[in-house]
Design a protein around this ligand. Structure first.
Ligand code: ATP
Ligand code: MG
Length: 649
């Protein structure tokens, strides 16, 4: 990392835990050392303490067949029992979800309500003749029936594959086929930004090319008409009609599969990641408890992700329910009907813990503070972020404007494949630095290595690796063990390679530098996209930025930048010059973008991540690569036109 960015990021921007918070925090100093002392024992203790087992595991890690590791293999449990039944005795009336529909309708589901809905739906699924291990595709919006469907599958040992409701029919059919799903659960339509997303109609198109699907269950959410195919399609309400609200949870082995979930597709063809029961649950309940400092009796917790992504699986459904959280769940868009919708919800429900993504935070910054400050957000006591490296500027804004200056910010680094958060501050224990995910979670071991796999001394950068297995780790890519071994375990033998670059500062803090595939090589210097983007975002006029290295005859690669300005700012030649100078002053002349294109939006995955590889395709005038996970196709064409007209330095 360059000296200048170092300056942006060091000591004077370090936030020590407040003594008041630390005194009450779930995590205590020494927890990292305690876990490192005997990490298998640490995870075994978490598994026994936080999970109700049908049969407690005596085995911890089985590493006899790497990279196919197993955890708690002789344990038996049911995750839906852990999420529901075990709370009913004393806490059946506690709210599990405060659900807010986009049009303004609301539902409150207690743990008892959720339990009976899950049992009724599980009995309905049984009546379709499904058996343990069968795959079920779920293509829904953010309605309570989505976690209900997932929990019903978990109750029966069915393997769900949730496909994000914003995906097209092509993306859906390829996922149905890859997972060999026999049943699809969907809904007539989902509310999004005042419109109905026609999920059933999309599913119908997908189903034309998935002959093995025998049943389609359709939830009625809108008044939008749908075509029902006789003999294949049935309404949710008809399926559960008359079903008992008791359903015996299946006794499952810790290593039985729980779900398949496809990665976001930021870097290419999505991978069907397989997670299992016991290790996965151990990882998410432990991280949810400590990282969010979660207190079941008093907190109102809101993870604003979509359940279609791993963040929603782990931190809206399985982690919080198992830890008996009261959660808020919101159906729709953050700007509907107005730009203050989320802040209005936080105020209304007195949300105490809020978890969102850098892309959302940058969007809120762009919209302007006035939408936030008109609401009382003083109930918040902890805020978190996940999904991309967070630019220090956005971190500071988040801490001040949303967190009111006093909330710990937890920047959590993890992936679909890791199942649970891996690198994150523990509030009350670990001091934070804006832009750094800080240190590995207790019992997780990470390193930064060079090309040869040798550990890089503190202060240096390279490839992020995880050096020991962890309970919530992926078990494989569905149907493709070889791709799993090749993608994650072959670059550095014996080490898990997530595909991200990182550096560690002299305090041992990790700074994520973006995908290694995105790292630029300019005149023989490695330059990270994250660094240059963060330098651009630190300029007052800039809301969001993406940079890529494009082929250049002289320097090998040249930096091409794509910049979205804050609302009210106009981009012109003078501003381009100013931004180039700003980057040069912040990071050094080598990092100066050769070209800058202003654009109203950046190409993003449907989970909101910047798709740099498409910008690179545009910059090098190539045909675009895989666009199935692209959210906003029009933007790509707009940028291509502008890029063609852009003058270079
Ligand atoms: P694909 O693997 O299909 O390309 P993806 O990697 O975007 O898609 P996810 O599993 O949703 O799919 O995302 C995980 C990635 O997101 C991480 O590997 C990392 O690059 C990025 N990421 C997540 N959280 C953070 C964070 N807190 N800081 C930096 N990067 C993060
Ligand atoms: Mg990935």
């Amino acid at each position: 990392m360059s000296q200048a960015l170092e300056n942006l990021l060091t000591e004077d921007r370090k936030f020590e835990p407040s003594p008041g918070f630390a005194a009450k925090a779930k995590a205590k100093p020494g927890i990292h050392e305690d876990a490192a002392d005997d990490y298998l024992d640490f995870w075994h203790r978490q598994a026994l303490q936080r999970i109700t087992w049908h049969k407690e595991p005596t085995q911890v890690l089985d590493d006899s067949n790497p990279p196919f590791f197993e955890w708690f293999a002789d344990g038996e449990l049911n995750i839906s029992f852990n999420c529901l039944d075990r709370h009913l005795g004393e806490h059946g009336d506690q709210v599990a979800y405060h659900w807010v529909g986009e049009p303004g309708d609301k539902r409150t589901l207690t743990y008892r309500d959720l339990h009976s809905e899950v049992c009724r739906f599980a009995n309905g699924l049984l009546s379709l003749g499904l058996a343990k291990g069968d795959r079920v595709a779920i293509y829904m919006g953010m309605v309570p029936e989505l976690p209900i469907a997932m929990l019903a599958c978990a109750r029966l040992g069915l393997v769900h594959s949730v496909v994000f409701g914003g995906f097209s029919s092509d993306a859906l059919s390829s996922r149905i086929l890859d997972a060999e799903a026999r049943v699809v659960i969907t809904q007539d339509g989902a509310w999004r930004a005042g419109n109905v997303v026609q999920l059933k109609a999309n599913a119908d198109v997908a189903l034309a090319s998935t002959p093995d699907v025998s049943h389609v269950v359709v939830l009625k959410r809108t008044d939008h008409g749908v075509d029902m195919t006789e003999g294949r399609d049935m309404w949710w309400h008809d399926l559960v009609d008359g079903q008992s609200d008791e359903c015996e949870p299946a006794v499952l082995g810790a290593e039985d599969p729980l779900y398949i979930l496809y990665t976001s597709g930021t870097t290419g063809r999505p991978k069907g990641i397989v997670h299992t029961q016991g290790g996965y649950l151990t990882g998410i309940v432990t991280t949810h408890h400590y990282i969010f400092d979660h207190e079941p009796d008093t907190d109102v917790y809101w993870c604003g992700a979509d359940i279609g992504w791993v963040t929603g699986h782990s931190y809206i459904v399985y982690g919080p329910l198992s830890n008996r959280a009261t959660s808020v769940m919101y159906e729709g868009a953050p700007n509907f009907p107005d730009l203050d919708r989320l802040w209005q919800i936080i105020e209304e429900y007195g949300v105490t813990i809020f978890y969102t993504a850098p892309t959302a935070i940058r969007t809120f910054m762009k919209w302007g503070d006035e939408h936030v400050t008109k609401h009382d957000l003083s109930s918040l006591r902890l805020i978190g972020t996940v999904g991309e490296p967070i630019n220090p500027e956005a971190w500071i804004w988040y801490q001040k404007t949303i967190g009111g200056g006093g909330c710990p910010v937890v920047d959590t680094w993890w992936q679909t494949e890791t199942g649970a958060a891996m690198i994150s501050p523990l509030p009350g224990v670990v001091a934070t630095k804006p832009g750094s995910a800080t240190v590995p979670f207790p019992g997780i071991f990470a390193d930064v290595v060079d090309d040869a796999g040798e550990s890089v001394p503190l202060g240096g950068g390279g490839y992020l690796v995880i050096t020991k297995p962890w309970p919530a780790m992926a078990r494989t890519i569905y149907g493709d063990d070889q791709r799993y071994a090749d993608t994650y375990w072959s670059r550095f033998p014996g080490l898990y390679f997530p595909g991200d670059g990182a550096k560690r500062d002299l305090d041992g803090y990790f700074w994520l530098l973006g995908r290694v595939d995105d790292i630029m090589l300019v005149s023989g210097h490695n330059i990270s996209t994250t660094e240059v983007e963060s330098a651009l975002v630190s300029h007052v006029s800039v809301a969001e930025a993406a940079v890529v290295g494009r082929r250049d005859d002289v320097t090998g690669q040249a930096i091409a930048a794509f910049v979205t300005l804050r609302s009210g700012v106009e981009g012109d030649e003078d501003l381009i010059q100013e931004l180039r100078d700003h980057v040069a002053n912040t990071l050094g002349p080598i990092a100066k973008p050769k070209s800058i294109v202003f654009t109203d939006d950046l190409p993003k995955t449907r989970s909101g991540k910047i798709m740099r590889r498409l910008l690179q395709d545009i910059s090098e005038q190539r045909q675009l690569g895989d666009v199935t996970t692209l959210a906003n196709e029009a933007v790509v064409h707009e940028i291509a036109e502008k890029a063609a007209e852009t003058t270079e330095d």
